[in-house]
Design a protein around this ligand. Structure first.
Ligand SMILES: [Zn+2]
Length: 451
């Protein structure tokens, strides 16, 4: 995935479209007779939060496509000058979906522009996405992230170069599982990519109609992965959770850019039951209490990152494709219970030869096989991690030894091999019955200040 990069940047793109959309049907009980964009979080309409962010991140011009109760939006925003922006509001005479108005007004738009849905609370550096979009010469860039409800989200798949290869719009079939890679509804669009649909009448939806067609037509669609704050307020529960985030100071542009502590997690024997060497997704079985433990750690400000040795690849006992399926299922099962991981890092190597069917190219001594610290270093390079407040949780002595080498505090769990492998002499900082107990140890640790 394309990761966030830290660099000073000049505004590249200055035009933002906000799709204010229809009535907040699912919010009617809490929002009353308001367009979704005017529902408040922290006492301010979501739209105001968006306009303030836009002004802060180098946007100059905003086009709002408004349908339901557009006059209320007009009355609130006016010409945008009080936000330091030039704002144009177009009122849809009939509902055009979130893409219809853009298609009908394509010739009024610049060569590249942002699109954001009107029901999003976000603290996102828009110019950083624009930089990626321009540098990679994408036709369409969409921000993606894992969330706590993948089962009812529109999902994408991307290749190792971040190009989107498939789109899965919800509802999802009950018998399949997908990576928790959610279309976050923040786009950068090259105008000409939409040319085939320019001026078309009718209702069009970016996620359901346009993005799947663009991918099918082979357009260069870039997945931009970010863990900056972004949440839709489309249901009473999500609105309530955004309100709680606001009160706790979690929706802040500056906080989005700050490094955060992580819990590094071993996989087999820690998250899921060790069944020999796990080779197939159908055999994955999570320990009870894993998802709630991960939820409470995340709630306290930790990133959650899996570091796993998978010598089964080097030994030819499973394939990269099957391993990917195992991880899709892992993400899917966690997602059913409101938990998600930030990333999974895998060492595919194994040092000793002599297995039938082994893959010579992976039979090497590497820095990434735990207790080597290569996977951890890669994670720290990709994500902003406050290593000094981070922890390692695992069931093997190699996890504890890796933690010692990297200067992380460690918890040995009594699941899996429970430290009985005896390969390394490292002593853990704590011992806990399982991951849920480990989470309690970490959250009660003296001196821990949630990020
Ligand atoms: Zn390795």
């Amino acid at each position: 995935m394309t990761r966030m990069k830290d660099f000073v940047h000049q505004p590249k793109l200055t035009h933002l479209i906000i799709v204010a959309g229809g009535p907040g049907m699912r919010l009617a009980t809490v929002a009353g007779n308001l367009p979704k964009a005017l529902v408040t979080v922290g006492g301010k309409p979501v739209l105001q939060h968006q306009l303030e962010l836009a002004a802060r991140t180098g946007i100059e011009k905003v086009t709002i496509f408004a349908g339901y109760l557009a006059e209320q939006i007009d009355a609130f925003v006016g010409d945008g000058s009080r936000f330091g922006l030039r704002v144009c509001i177009f009122t849809e005479k009939q509902p055009l979906g979130n893409a219809g108005a853009t298609l009908q007004n394509l010739d009024r738009l610049p060569q590249h522009f942002f699109v954001v849905y009107g029901d999003l609370m976000l603290a996102v550096d828009l110019q950083r996405i624009a930089n990626c979009h321009i540098e990679r010469e994408a036709d369409f860039t969409l921000m993606v992230h894992p969330n706590d409800h993948p089962q009812d989200s529109d999902l994408v798949e991307a290749d190792t170069n971040d190009w989107v290869t498939a789109v899965h719009t919800c509802p999802h079939p009950a018998d399949r599982f997908f990576s928790n890679l959610v279309n976050a509804a923040v786009y950068v669009v090259r105008r000409e990519a939409l040319r085939p649909w320019a001026g078309l009448a009718g209702k069009w939806d970016f996620a359901k109609d346009i993005i799947p067609r663009l991918v099918a037509d082979g357009c260069h669609m870039l997945a931009y992965r970010s863990d900056e704050y972004l949440k839709d307020i489309g249901t009473p529960a999500r609105l309530q959770s955004a309100e709680a985030d606001w009160k706790a100071g979690r929706i802040s542009f500056d906080r989005s850019n700050r490094s955060r502590p992580a819990i590094f997690l071993d996989r087999d024997g820690t998250l899921n039951v060790e069944k020999g060497h796990l080779r197939a997704a159908k055999d994955l079985e999570l320990f009870p209490g894993v998802a709630p433990a991960l939820r409470s750690l995340r709630q306290s400000g930790f990133r959650l990152i899996v570091l796993t040795n998978q010598p089964v690849l080097a030994r030819g006992e499973t394939t990269e494709a099957e391993l990917a399926a195992i991880h899709r299922r892992l993400e899917w099962e966690l997602g059913k219970d409101g938990a998600y991981l930030d990333a999974i890092y895998v060492c595919p190597h194994h040092p000793d030869g002599g297995f039938p069917g082994e893959r010579k190219e992976l039979k090497v001594h590497c820095d990434c096989r735990k207790p080597g610290t290569g996977l951890l270093e890669q994670a720290c390079q990709d994500l902003r991690i406050d290593v000094s407040n981070s922890w390692m949780v695992g069931d093997q002595t190699r996890d504890i030894e890796m933690a010692r080498r990297a200067g992380l505090r460690s918890v040995l769990v009594q699941t899996g091999s429970a430290g009985s492998d005896g390969q390394f002499p490292a002593v853990p900082n704590h011992i806990a019955g399982d991951l849920a107990a480990a989470a309690n140890v970490i959250l009660q640790h003296k001196g821990f200040a949630p990020g």
